[in-house]
Design a protein around this ligand. Structure first.
Ligand SMILES: [Fe+2]
Length: 238
């Protein structure tokens, strides 16, 4: 009887009507098959993040450690060096803001966490502010390695559109706009809230301190703009 990477309950999740049903992945393909299924763990962790209510922020318990996120990010620790903690905390804040804006299924949470882990990673792996292409590339490699390529289109859009200035309106990929908003709340230092109570934002920030994330990105942006005055913000889309 094979064990599966994705728990069976996800395969019959009626809330996941916008997404393709994920493929079964035999545990033998999992690099650490002795460990519990990664996504099962993650989804259980996600259950802490999503409760029964859907009032802004009130249904979300602030989760200090998400195993899947830690596992993905830890691979890039050397690339990020002393900016690792800043990026890690930024991703945690974005995830919590997304889940506070609206209740998500366990599968949606997994997608938000994967997109979150990779969405800015190209800044460090490729030492560039034109970081969307390398971030998408690395996310794609990850999804392929886990045999969940059927999530690629959506996660690619979540990354490529996360600095879109206008709303992302394609309702067949609702997580794209949700992720754009979650990132904007953090990038704007809480100027945008999208209805999340300021108290919740304050608590998330306290749990995941900035650790010079904005300062370091600001420095990198300034350096990029001097070298590339004709494309000062390649990650931004209209
Ligand atoms: Fe970001």
């Amino acid at each position: 009887m094979p064990r599966f990477l994705l728990p069976p309950r996800l395969l019959v999740d009626q809330n996941a009507k916008f997404f393709k049903i994920p493929k079964y992945v035999p545990a033998k393909l999992h690099p650490v098959s002795e460990s519990p299924p990664r996504f099962a763990c993650l989804s259980e962790a996600g259950a802490y993040l999503t409760g029964r209510h859907n009032k802004m922020g009130q249904h979300v318990k602030i989760e200090s450690e998400i195993p899947l996120l830690e596992e993905i990010l830890s691979k890039w620790r050397k690339d990020l060096q002393n900016e690792y903690l800043g990026y890690r905390n930024h991703v945690y804040r974005v995830i919590h803001f997304c889940l506070a804006i609206r209740k998500c299924t366990a599968q949606e949470q997994d997608k938000i966490i994967i997109a979150g882990a990779f969405h800015d990673i190209g800044i460090w792996t490729n030492n560039t502010m034109d970081y969307i292409p390398p971030s998408i590339h690395l996310a794609g490699e990850y999804l392929r390695s886990k045999n969940i390529e059927n999530w690629s289109n959506e996660i690619k859009l979540m990354i490529s559109e996360h600095h879109k200035i206008r709303l992302y309106k394609d309702e067949s990929y609702q997580l794209v706009e949700l992720f754009r908003k979650g990132d904007l709340i953090d990038v704007s230092l809480g100027l945008f809230t999208f209805g999340i109570p300021k108290e919740f934002i304050k608590n998330v920030k306290a749990k995941f301190p900035n650790e010079n994330f904005h300062k370091n990105i600001g420095k990198r942006m300034a350096s990029w703009m001097i070298k590339h005055p004709l494309i000062p913000a390649p990650m931004v889309k209209w």
